[in-house]
Each structure stands twice: as structure tokens, then as C-alpha cells.
Design a protein around this ligand. Structure first.
Ligand SMILES: C[S@@+](CC[C@H](N)C(=O)[O-])C[C@H]1O[C@@H](n2cnc3c(N)ncnc32)[C@H](O)[C@@H]1O
Length: 371
């Protein structure tokens, strides 16, 4: 099996290179409005944002930043198939503007934006980041009432485009082979994730500075979401691609991907990590199988039995739906030379002048084994 992965260097407020109804899942994390590290970026997108911050009008800056994200949400509405899912990882911001401290509720504003575009909100996930230290608390120390709660969670907002779920032909292999284990369902479909950090880290630490600058999320977040909300053969879009964690997760999960990112330097980071993808995908898949075996042992120790056996792995499973589960590993990744082909309406000259605008990759996948 083969998957393809394309990344556009460009502005996701216009995703003209991506066809209507061509994406089954969106997994992304935008720059968070009112978090200072993104002020310059938002001001580049709309100079009025810098002006609003300068005069201490936090509310106007917040609205203007979300107006930029809204243009990307418009594009998602166009490229997602009916019944397709959008998972938006976003955190709220706390900030003092003009000497007044408050929270800017990004999650509520993004929820409103998707609802007004006809998406149905689905139950969301809170993911809890690890607590740092006692020094994190803000406000008036041990004296009431002017201290503030420290935000240590982010949201994964989940939306479905349109009122109806996607349908598949009965017994569709690409859906049943993408099944997850029963105990994974119990962990993943829980509304508070406390077990994310440190679980699946990408291998290389060489580019930690750039990863920090892009506010990269842990691989586990997009990997889980991709396994939860897409089938083999599907395409996952990340319009705020950063260092490409979503594409890395899509490769590990055996799905196609497409991304768009303003900063071309982030793409170089990704290219440097390509050699590591086969080993990463193997370790991610094997860890899932090992955890399943640990679960089988625990369940047997509790005196419970299993009714079904997996067809592709030497292991029992709890439900009939898990029987055809088939994990895949990346055997090899190549860079596509002709990634530009057919992606837009530009003349050859224009495309040649912009040779770095599209990066393409092809991943070859093999069934994952434990040996
Ligand atoms: C929070 S970061 C995403 C990090 C990413 N999830 C990762 O793991 O590396 C947001 C990214 O969106 C990019 N960005 C912001 N506005 C954009 C736009 N209009 N079009 C394309 N990319 C944009 C930023 O450059 C930044 O890399």
C-alpha cells in the first residue's frame, strides 16, 4: 500500500490548490489568538491587529485575529467531504492588556465559527498538560479574592461537516482494517486526556528550537485523532502544518495527508526527519500491540475471557469488530519530484519560479509485525 503527502508553502486563507470535497479529516492546531508568541504573525496577516494591541484594545485584537482564522475555516468547509470531521486543537489565552487581566476564550470563539458554517459540534476532548511548578500561580498569593486559576488544559474541538455521518460499503476492508482495540477505544474516546505527553515523541531532538517556535503538538495527539476519525485511504489536512507533526502521524497511521504552512523553514525540518519515519512508525505500531498484550494478560488475571481472535495477529480481542485490525508500518519514504503536477492552475513558468512551493512525499507501507 502507498500513501502520498503534499505540503504547500503558502497562506491557508486561500487553499485554492486543494480541490473541493477532497479531504476526509482535518487535524490541526492554529496559532492561538492573544498568545503573545503569535502577535507578530497575526499582525503580518492584518496590520490592524498590531494597532489594536498598541492602543490596548484586547477585545478588538482578539476579534481581528479570529477573523483571520475564520478565512481558513471557510476553506475547510469547502475542501472537507460531507460527514468529514475537523479536529481543532486550541487553548485559551490569559493576558493583561492595558493593565487588565482576563481570559480570551479561543475555544468558544472557534466553536461559534464552525457552528455558523454549518458544522455540527461533537463531544470534545480536554487534554491536560503536565503541571509545572508552584511558581506557576498568578495573582495575590495566599490572600483572597484576586488570584487566578492557571490554565493547564487545551481543547480538541471536534466537528462534523453536515448532519450525516460518512457511509461506507458494508464490510469495507479499509474501515475494518483500520479498527482500534477495545481498550484503546476506552482510552481514546474519553473526554479528558491525561496520558498524552511523553507517550509518543518524534525521534529526533535536532530541531527542538524550531519545534518550540512552531509550538508543535505531541505526535500522540494527531496520531490518535487520525486513528479515531479516519479510515485507510482517507486524506488528512493540516492547514497550520508547522513542523509537520500531522503528516508524520498520517504516515505512521497509513493515511494520505496534505498541509499548508506559511514558514518555509519548517519544511526543511521535516525533510531532515524523513529517514526516521520507518523506525518511528514501527515503534508506534509495536507499542500499540505490546500494550494490547499487556491488556490481555491483565484481563485474564481478572478471570475474564475473550470471545474472538485477531485474524492478523496472534492475540485474542474483545469484540468482533477488532478481528481484521491490521496495523501498517512505513517501509520507505521518497520525495516526489513532480509534487507540483496537477495541483493548481499556474503556468509552468510560474510554478518553476516557485519550485519550493509544493513538497511531495510517497510512503510505502507494509503490514506491521511484531518480529
Ligand atoms: C500552532 S502552530 C502548528 C504546529 C504544528 N501542529 C506542529 O506540530 O508543528 C501554527 C502554525 O500555523 C502557521 N500559520 C499561521 N497562520 C497561517 C496561515 N494563514 N497559513 C498557513 N500557515 C499559517 C504558523 O506559521 C505555525 O507554524
Amino acid at each position: 500500500m502507498e500513501t502520498t503527502h503534499r505540503v504547500f508553502v503558502g497562506d491557508s486563507r486561500d487553499l485554492a490548490a486543494i480541490d473541493d470535497d477532497s479531504v476526509e479529516l482535518v487535524v490541526t492546531s492554529p496559532p492561538y489568538p492573544m498568545i503573545e508568541m503569535w502577535d507578530d504573525l497575526f499582525t503580518r496577516l492584518d496590520p490592524a491587529i498590531g494597532d489594536a494591541l498598541e492602543v490596548g484594545d484586547g477585545r478588538r485584537a482578539f476579534d481581528a485575529m479570529h477573523a483571520q482564522l475564520d478565512r481558513v475555516w471557510d476553506e475547510l468547509e469547502r475542501v472537507l467531504v460531507d460527514g468529514g470531521i475537523a479536529c481543532i486543537n486550541v487553548g485559551d489565552a490569559t493576558r493583561s492588556v492595558d493593565d487588565s487581566f482576563r481570559v480570551y476564550a479561543n475555544h468558544a470563539r472557534v466553536l461559534e465559527a464552525f457552528e455558523s458554517r454549518g458544522f455540527d459540534p461533537l463531544p470534545d476532548v480536554l487534554w491536560r498538560k503536565p503541571a509545572n511548578s508552584a511558581a506557576k500561580f498568578m495573582g495575590s498569593g495566599m490572600i483572597p479574592p484576586n488570584a487566578y486559576v492557571t490554565l493547564e488544559h487545551e481543547y480538541v474541538l471536534v466537528f462534523r461537516k453536515g448532519g450525516e455521518s460518512r457511509s461506507f460499503e458494508p464490510g469495507a476492508d479499509r474501515r475494518y482494517e483500520a479498527a482500534y482495540f477495545w481498550e484503546e477505544r476506552n482510552r481514546w474516546f474519553t473526554d479528558v486526556w491525561t496520558d498524552v505527553r511523553g507517550e509518543l515523541q518524534a525521534l529526533s531532538d535536532d530541531h527542538d528550537d524550531l519545534r518550540n517556535r512552531s509550538a508543535a503538538y505531541p505526535l500522540e495527539i494527531p496520531y490518535r485523532l487520525i486513528c479515531m476519525y479516519s479510515a485507510y485511504g482517507d486524506t488528512v489536512l493540516d492547514p497550520f502544518w508547522g513542523t509537520g507533526t500531522t503528516t508524520l502521524a498520517a504516515m505512521c497511521a497509513g493515511r494520505n495527508s496534505v498541509g499548508s504552512e506559511l514558514e518555509s523553514s519548517f519544511l526543511e525540518v521535516f525533510d531532515d526527519r524523513l529517514d526516521e519515519v520507518p523506525a518511528l512508525s514501527r515503534s508506534v505500531g509495536r507499542r500499540r500491540l505490546e500494550r494490547h498484550r499487556e491488556f490481555v494478560t491483565r484481563r485474564r488475571e481478572e478471570g475474564k475471557s475473550f470471545e474472538y481472535r485477531a485474524a492478523n495477529y496472534e492475540t485474542p480481542v474483545v469484540t468482533k469488530m477488532e478481528r481484521n485490525l491490521q496495523l501498517r508500518e512505513v517501509a520507505a519514504v521518497d520525495t516526489l519530484e513532480d509534487a507540483d503536477e496537477g495541483t493548481d492552475d499556474r503556468s509552468t513558468d510560474e510554478a518553476a519560479a516557485d519550485a519550493n512551493a509544493v513538497h511531495g512525499y510517497r510512503a510505502e507501507h507494509a503490514p506491521l509485525t511484531l518480529e
